[in-house]
Design a protein around this ligand. Structure first.
Ligand code: FES
Length: 142
């Protein structure tokens, strides 16, 4: 069996929503504690809906594929829904990742959260800080 699913290969080779956004309403930058890779996520928000999203990464192929899928999953969705996006949901949407690459999907999840938090901070929107706790990678392999 191939190590990576067709969907992972597709999103790695043709990543969606790559780039910078100069007029972003929220920007999140996170680093992966396990490998040192970096991810930056930009969101545009209109009436509580994420109307556009872009990402830039200095990360591996799995980071690229998961971020690409994450942007597809949150685009056009209410911002609260983006906050609920888990790395597991992203991995499932990609038909799985090898266990040792699951931590790469965390980068995508955390970058989305960081961008949402930045949007909330910039707009003085109150939020529950518990929703922005750092992901515990040890549970990624459940
Ligand atoms: Fe660093 Fe995948 S090895 S994000």
């Amino acid at each position: 069996m191939a190590l990576y699913s067709d969907k992972v290969m597709d999103h790695f080779q043709n990543p969606r929503n790559v780039g910078k956004m100069d007029d972003a309403d929220g920007v999140g930058e996170v680093g992966n504690a396990k490998c040192g890779d970096i991810m930056k996520m930009y969101i545009k928000v209109n009436d509580g809906i994420i109307t556009d999203v872009k990402f830039n990464t200095f990360g591996c192929g799995s980071a690229i594929a998961t971020s690409s899928m994450a942007t597809e999953l949150i685009k056009g969705k209410p911002i609260e829904e983006a906050l609920q996006l888990s790395n597991k949901a992203v991995v499932e949407a990609l038909d799985g990742l090898p266990a040792h690459k699951i931590h790469c999907s965390v980068l995508a999840e955390e970058a989305v959260r960081a961008a949402v938090k930045d949007y909330y901070d910039k707009n003085g929107i109150a939020y529950n800080p518990d929703e922005f706790q750092i992901h515990d990678c040890e549970h990624c392999h459940d």
